[in-house]
Write a protein that binds this ligand. Structure first.
Ligand SMILES: [Mn+2]
Length: 255
């Protein structure tokens, strides 16, 4: 039988994995959240993408993530907004609207950055993963996937950053339909768990991470009126920043 002290020691020694949702330029929320997590050096952090566009510190968020990567075990998933920012840094703008709308503050945030730092950021964007599957067959992706065989078979990698149908399938499912039922979506069974961002839970009047079937949505609307969230994927403990709009009182974010 394990005594209490033994369990406590195991808890302390357990490696933790946190999944963090869409940041959207909110460096203050990110710093606050990481303090709440009280990170240890052997923790793993999986960031679900959309680091930029929204609040005024997009370039600073990227700089902070590059730094964090040297201290902690981090995995960076690529979001649709990151693709836009990467294209701009690369001088191959795909969407001219980005410069005028969601990218406007992001471009401003780069004003004080040298060309060397911009090149380092471009390199960082280019190294982000479109999806990650861990040793427990858990999938981490920004949007979702449509291919029935899984994200590796997706027609276009960009779909992985923009898809909402995976989440829509999960959330529409009747909770009485269990995994062994023929009605259960086969796609979801490819993975033990799936973590996504991209579709703010604010859409469903919640600023907490949501779970539907085996899909966890951790985009709790930090770019809008919500908070930045972290989910401990093993214990399902949730940590959150303050409402981001209170951290940037003179800004509008993506609202
Ligand atoms: Mn987003």
């Amino acid at each position: 039988m394990r005594n209490f002290q033994h369990i406590t020691m195991l808890d302390i020694m357990a490696k933790r994995t946190f999944v963090i949702g869409d940041i959207h330029g909110a460096l203050r929320a990110l710093k606050q959240l990481l303090l709440k997590i009280d990170l240890r050096e052997d923790d793993k952090i999986i960031f679900l993408g959309d680091y930029v566009d929204g609040w005024s510190e997009s370039a600073q968020v990227i700089e902070y993530l590059i730094e964090s990567d040297t201290i902690y075990n981090c995995i960076f998933i690529k979001g649709n907004h990151d693709i836009s920012c990467e294209s701009w840094l690369n001088e191959t703008i795909l969407d001219p609207n980005w410069k005028l709308k969601s990218g406007k503050l992001t471009i401003q945030s780069y004003e004080s950055f040298s060309s060397e730092r911009k090149a380092a950021h471009l390199d960082f964007f280019s190294r982000m993963k479109y999806y990650h599957v861990d040793e427990y067959n858990r999938l981490f992706v920004h949007g979702g996937f449509t291919a029935s065989n899984g994200p590796q078979s997706e027609q276009s990698k960009n779909n992985l950053t923009t898809d909402r149908t995976l989440w829509e399938i999960a959330i529409m499912m009747d909770s009485r339909i269990k995994k062994h039922s023929v009605l259960y979506p086969k796609k979801l069974l490819l993975f033990n768990e799936i973590c996504i961002g991209h579709t703010p839970t604010l859409t469903y009047n919640s600023d907490l991470p949501m779970c539907a079937c085996n899909v966890w949505n951790i985009d709790t609307g930090a770019g809008f009126t919500g908070r930045l969230s972290a989910l401990n994927i093993d214990t399902k403990e949730i940590l959150q920043s303050d409402k981001v709009l209170f951290l940037y009182p003179h800004e509008n974010g993506r609202n």
